[in-house]
Design a binder for this molecule. Structure first.
Ligand code: ZN
Length: 454
């Protein structure tokens, strides 16, 4: 045998050994390898506060996504109601199509308003589409996912952290999962207060509340309730890591954290008094119109206050990034940001008409097929699902209102994998009456406190 034949044989043996050692990526409908996707949702994360804090070196994990991935503020729409927008993010569709148009919906006989529940949704969400196509999913705390939907994998509905693991049916899928999560459902209050204090986030005490800029009754209520929300996000994070640990990372992972939104609603009263007094006097007493300069002054002052909250979320992001396998694309998204108005910082109840846009959120993409340092071209909340489907190797619905964010993807991958289309993923079998639950009163009270429901 000639020496070069031996070399070729040895080379072939080595190659087959190397390839056998690689885990096979699941094949897409076109026979091309698909990626896994993690959608990490941070309700109310604002581009201006985030960019300010990144530029100051305060948020190393977001900074990493910015440097190594693709980013832009993410356009959203009015009414900026989280439940409506997150359903658009999960379906790629406007609210007229998906049917979750408000926090409260009328029942069929139009006599009663009930909280919007997931079974009202008329269209398939990304987790339904992925499940039907044989991809497995893990969904935790997504808005309007109670009752938990049968999926290929696990769903922990957004009623789970409120139900604290008891009395409520269909809080997880599969149903027996709730018992497994039981150890996470009791958290000592004192530990939580300690955690909030350690994060440098203000902890409620009457004297702390009264020391702020013009405290109001509503502010006191929101501040007092914030520890409870903080607990819910802790629970959500623990459950997510439990699932990732015990089940491994599924093809599609999706989660929503609410801290950024909850704290941004009321912490602006902690803006340093001199700045706040000066700006409010100009606007309210001297009747000076709100200029971009004044807005910037207030935004920068508020970024300083929100630093502790954003740093906390940055660490949370870092812990999840560690879980993402090499074949994963991470998408970080928020449903809206916040905007300064002469009466505080809001994303909701902004002057009707008046030409103001819904304050944009953010979107990042990060992973092997994503272009480093790319700036996205006016992405919208409708683009998330089409992009997720493309990355999973699944067809995009022609009836979706968004697009695949192709400018985020490296040209080689785009050239190898065309976007596949299907007329619709819907079968016309979804949609129904909103379903009341025993924890509706608690949720309603919370929505009223946040000013979402009157
Ligand atoms: Zn929101």
């Amino acid at each position: 045998m000639k020496i070069y034949t031996l070399c070729i044989l040895a080379f072939a043996a080595l190659m087959s050994y190397l390839f056998a050692a690689l885990p096979a990526a699941p094949e897409s409908s076109e026979g091309l390898p698909a990626y896994k996707v993690m959608v990490l949702g941070f309700d109310g994360l604002d581009p201006e506060f985030l960019e300010t804090l990144i530029s100051q070196g305060k948020l190393p994990h977001f900074e990493r996504l910015l440097r190594e991935g693709a980013y832009a503020p993410c356009l959203t729409f009015k009414p900026t109601k989280s439940v409506v927008i997150w359903t658009s993010i999960a379906t790629g569709k406007r609210m007229e199509k998906h049917g979750i148009v408000d926090w409260m919906l009328l029942t069929g006989d139009r006599r009663e308003k009930v909280l919007a529940t997931g079974n009202v949704r008329r269209t398939e969400a990304m987790w339904n589409i992925a499940s039907s196509a044989g991809r497995d999913v893990q969904i935790v705390n997504w808005w309007a996912t109670w009752p938990a939907e049968p999926v290929r994998g696990e769903m922990v509905s957004n009623h789970y952290p409120k139900a604290k693991g008891n009395t409520l049916d269909e809080v997880t899928y599969p149903p027996e999962l709730v018992a497994e999560l039981e150890p996470y459902s009791s958290i000592e209050r004192e530990i939580v207060r300690q955690q909030i204090a350690n994060a440098g986030i203000p902890v409620y005490a009457p004297e702390v509340a009264e020391s702020t800029f013009r405290p109001s009754d509503n502010f006191r209520r929101e501040f007092r309730a914030s520890a409870g929300h903080f607990v819910e996000d802790l629970l959500v994070e623990w459950v997510a890591h439990h699932l990732l640990e015990t089940r491994g990372q599924r093809d599609l992972f999706g989660i929503i954290f609410r801290n950024a939104d909850i704290f941004s609603h009321f912490l602006w009263r902690f803006i340093d008094r001199r700045t706040a007094e000066r700006v409010f006097r100009l606007l309210m007493v001297d009747k000076v119109p709100l200029t971009p300069e004044l807005e910037t002054t207030m935004n920068q002052a508020y970024a300083r206050v929100l630093e502790s909250v954003y740093v906390h979320e940055d660490r949370r992001l870092g812990r999840l990034l560690e879980r993402a396998g090499p074949e994963t694309v991470v998408i970080v998204v928020s449903d809206h940001g916040f905007q300064f108005r002469p009466y505080g910082f809001y994303h909701y109840g902004l002057d009707a008409g008046g030409g103001t846009l819904a304050p944009p959120g953010v979107i990042f993409l990060w992973g092997e097929p994503i272009r480093r340092g790319a700036r996205l071209r006016t992405p919208t909340v409708f683009d998330v699902t089409p992009t997720v489907l493309y990355l999973l190797g699944l067809p995009v619905g022609e009836d979706m209102d968004g697009r695949v964010l192709t400018e985020a993807i490296v040209p080689k991958v785009l050239a190898e994998r065309n976007i596949a289309w299907v007329a619709t993923h819907d079968t016309g079998t979804r949609g129904g009456e909103p379903r009341p639950s025993p924890i509706d009163d608690d949720i309603l009270e919370e929505l009223q406190r946040l000013g979402y429901v009157r």
